[in-house]
Design a binder for this molecule. Structure first.
Ligand code: NOJ
Length: 766
């Protein structure tokens, strides 16, 4: 039986009944003299917005700017209903059930003067009931169509409980795996994150915003949050304006182009200015440069937190700075509802500023069709639909990356007699769901152990010895049992990694080695000499050089969600060939961080022949050891580069050609390459196109991803892969801070990861 908390039970049973009573006792607030043009869906949205706005009192306007979280406790619900009926609430988050969503909506519609619907929100980050891989895992699929489908499914399931707004996609570029929130985004790359941003916005919002299963997307965290100093959550960032525009903002601009209805301001202060009070970001760039006409919500209490930042003297000052910067809706900290009226009366906030923000919010409500269809319109039966589970399985399989496969250890054959399954993540249904899986249920989650037993249990003897209880477990008592079992097995599958709670918001780590005694478990298993397949299930890249060395084959799955088990089983036995590619560089050690492929060359780039620690003689005199940029103890390169991932095929690239050697700024480059599968199995490869702008008005990065394609080839098959790259995509913010293509020489590569070497040159002329 599933556990239902007393809070949830109360919400399901008692509260809707309470609402009915409240509605019966409250007189309907709508007065007869309301001009109801705004209710007419045949009117243009702007006419409806203006008509409604012109009839609102200042209090009602400020109410629209106020977002509350579902309250609990004695009298809290009655108070909430009163506030909603007085028009003091524009949005609610975390309303737990469809019945309650509809009840609260009824209070807003029937009991408030103007009947403005609530916008009901929740963090539906990587699935609702059917949980997909964490976004980092979805990014590893390099499959935008599948990512879009996953967001569509999440929206459909969430909307069945009345949710019409999700706080996703999270599109913070993250280059520091210590930062727990690296799990929630698409990794380190500007292009990959940008195309995934569009896919997710398209998926959440659907083809028709007014459909009951369409939910508003929210591009977050705007902006630069992923650059938190030292990977410590909420920490300050120091991103220059150029880096902001070239690296951190493009995914947000892409979301805007895709029609993303809302943005969320980030917690961090960049160069001293907290995002929730950053007019340059929220107004000049978002509205001025990009023409955004939706609304911006603060992150949780981040308006009030501008006081802690030392940017505002008190909550009233914070309300003023937030609103005037362009922050439309305040999440939970209540400074707007408390102080905006006073601030208007004192002339510190203009009514125009208030009207502008209210209009932004109403516009979104009209666009979502909430005035016409405020109540839940998606049936409950969509949850865990078969097609949803199949898509989750595909996503988990495509998002798992094979990092090593010596001696073709994988795929396993069903002729094998006995397999030992071990490790604390082999049967950890709660933990494989990952961070932000509030609505996922462990009872509906299939683990690696479940799947192996279920699919292969009648063909292969599956022995299970967990070795350790959970990922931080330091008690080594179980390791000997696992090792004994390994001695009697023909192959060992060790599933290790991180529990869900170790990544995500406020869960940063200073040490990203395997935790607990997991390292000892792998080492001991490796010493048995049995074929060792290590499967990592984690929320971030971990520093795993030693375990990779000790294993014969390695799969890496960023918390893979509800269907992670069957997906990994499919890969282990070769039902599916691995095709995932790393969306983020894997460091050799934590001291290399930040390490990412799209870096600058420096004046002294590493040559690959650097002297390392152990090659320096004792009592060496001071030398500059070749004068290049590297670490004595870790060298230069990472453990695995961005874009890396193996398959059961054997892919090679040849005959790279471009259609011209010289292009104008309005041209499109056509690049082709021959991709061959020289292996014995059908497999999918992600062909990746990179570019380098050799000389710029400011230094440029050594490689930038500009395109990718998933290509499936039969054994022995070759095909021509063609990329079309508009030269305009080479534009960047140079010395004059204008976004443009700078004519000159470029190099273009196509290959299977960011270390690819097959290249050709071209020039761009004026
Ligand atoms: C804080 C988080 O930073 C944000 O991502 C989330 O959407 C909000 N809380 C709401 O839960």
């Amino acid at each position: 039986m599933k556990f239902i908390s007393s809070k949830a039970a109360f919400a399901m049973v008692m509260l809707p009944a309470l609402v009915a009573t409240i509605l019966m006792t409250q007189s309907c607030g709508k007065s007869g003299d309301v001009d109801s043009l705004y209710r007419d869906p045949s009117q243009p949205v702007e006419a409806r917005v203006n008509n409604l706005l012109s009839q609102m009192t200042l209090e009602e306007k400020i109410g629209q700017l106020n977002q509350l979280s579902m309250p609990y406790g004695e009298g809290a619900f009655e108070n909430l209903c009163d506030a909603v009926s007085r028009g003091e609430v524009g949005s609610l988050l975390n309303v737990p059930t469809a019945a309650l969503s509809d009840s609260l909506q009824r209070v807003a519609i029937d009991s408030s003067r103007l009947g403005i619907p609530l916008l009901l929100a929740r963090d539906v980050i990587h699935g609702y009931k059917t949980v997909f891989p964490i976004p980092l895992g979805q990014a590893a699929t390099f499959d935008t169509a599948l990512v879009k489908l996953s967001a569509r499914i999440a929206a459909t399931e969430a909307s069945s409980d009345g949710i019409r707004w999700t706080f996703a996609p999270m599109i913070d570029i993250a280059r520091d795996p210590r930062w727990g929130r690296i799990a929630e985004g698409c990794g380190e790359d500007v292009y990959l994150t940008s195309v995934m941003a569009k896919a997710m916005v398209d998926g959440f919002q659907g083809d028709d915003l007014t459909s009951p299963s369409s939910i508003a997307a929210c591009a977050k965290h705007f902006a630069g949050y992923g650059a938190s100093e030292a990977g410590r959550d909420y920490n300050s960032t120091y991103i220059t304006e150029r880096q902001l525009r070239n690296v951190y903002l493009p995914p947000f601009e892409e979301a805007c182009k895709a029609g993303c209805l809302t943005y969320m301001s980030s917690f961090n202060d960049n160069d001293g200015v907290p995002s929730s009070g950053n007019k340059h970001l929220l107004t000049d760039i978002l509205r001025g440069d990009w023409g955004f006409d939706g609304f911006v919500v603060s992150d949780w209490a981040s308006v009030n937190e501008m006081v802690s930042h030392g940017f505002c003297s008190d909550p009233k000052d914070a309300a003023m700075k937030g609103l005037t910067a362009g922050l439309d809706m305040e999440m939970v900290s209540g400074t707007y509802i408390r102080y905006l009226k006073e601030l208007v009366e004192e002339g510190k906030v203009s009514i125009d500023d208030i009207d502008r923000s209210v209009a932004n919010i109403l516009r979104v409500k009209f666009k979502l069709g909430l005035f016409e269809n405020p109540y839940t319109g998606t049936p409950q039966s969509v949850k865990y639909d078969k097609a949803h589970l199949a898509a989750a399985r595909q996503s988990a399989a495509e998002g798992t990356v094979m990092l090593k496969n010596d001696n073709a250890t994988l795929p396993l054959s069903t002729d094998i007699k006995r397999i030992l399954v071990t490790g604390p993540m082999a049967d950890a249904p709660h933990d494989q769901l990952g961070t932000w899986a509030f609505d996922g249920e462990k009872d509906s989650t299939v683990t690696v152990l479940d799947a192996l037993r279920d699919i292969y249990g009648d063909k292969v003897q599956i022995i299970y010895e967990p070795g350790l209880g959970y990922s931080r477990d330091k008690n080594t008592a179980g390791i000997a049992k696992a090792v004994n079992a390994a001695r009697n097995a023909d192959a060992v599958i060790a599933v290790v990694g991180e529990e869900a709670i170790l990544s995500g918001e406020a869960h940063s780590l200073a040490d990203i080695n395997l935790l607990g005694a997991q390292g000892e478990l792998i080492e001991a298993l490796s010493r048995t000499g049995k074929p060792l397949v290590t499967v990592f299930i984690a929320g971030r890249p971990l520093t795993i050089a030693k375990q990779v060395e000790e294993s014969d084959a390695v799969l890496y799955s960023f918390h893979p969600g509800t269907m992670g088990g069957p997906a990994i089983a499919d890969l282990l036995f070769g039902v599916v060939s691995p095709s995932g590619k790393l969306p983020v560089t894997f460091p050799k050690s934590v001291g290399q961080i930040p390490v990412y492929y799209s870096e600058k060359n420096t004046g002294r780039p590493a040559s690959g022949h650097e002297t390392l620690l152990n090659d320096i003689p004792a009592e060496a005199g001071q030398t500059s050891l070749g004068c290049t940029s590297y670490y004595l103890d870790a060298g230069f390169g990472p453990l695995f580069p961005f874009g890396y991932g193996l398959s059961y095929g054997d892919f090679s690239y040849s005959d790279l050609a471009i259609d011209k050697s010289s292009y104008g700024v309005d041209d499109t480059i056509k690049a082709t390459v021959t991709l061959s599968n020289n292996g014995k199995r059908e497999a999918t490869e992600v062909a990746q196109l990179y570019v380098r702008d050799m000389v710029g008005s400011v230094t440029r990065t050594v490689k930038e991803l500009k395109g990718f394609k998933r290509v499936t080839l039969a054994p022995g098959e070759s095909t021509q892969v063609t990329f079309e790259l508009p030269v305009s995509e080479l534009a960047f913010y140079g010395l004059d801070m204008e976004r443009k293509v700078e004519p000159g020489d470029f190099t273009l590569w196509i290959g299977g990861d960011s270390d690819c070497t097959l290249s050709t040159d071209f020039e761009v002329t004026q």
